[in-house]
Design a protein around this ligand. Structure first.
Ligand SMILES: [Zn+2]
Length: 61
């Protein structure tokens, strides 16, 4: 499951990391209301697993 956070582009604050996009959006709205900052970047992290072609079995996260 992707993990994301929202970073303010007008200061250094960022939301806590979460898998809940609505929570990240809410953080930005609350930050905008509190500071007047309106520019944000949503940063998404997705875990990947590289497996050689000859390897069998399940995927280890
Ligand atoms: Zn800000």
């Amino acid at each position: 499951m992707p993990v994301l956070y929202t970073a303010c582009k007008d200061c250094t604050e960022r939301s806590p990391a979460t898998t809940d996009r609505a929570a990240s959006d809410l953080w930005a709205l609350e930050h905008a209301g509190r500071t007047g900052h309106r520019r944000y970047r949503e940063c998404v992290s997705v875990d990947l697993y590289a497996r050689p072609a000859n390897e069998t079995g399940g995927i280890t996260p």
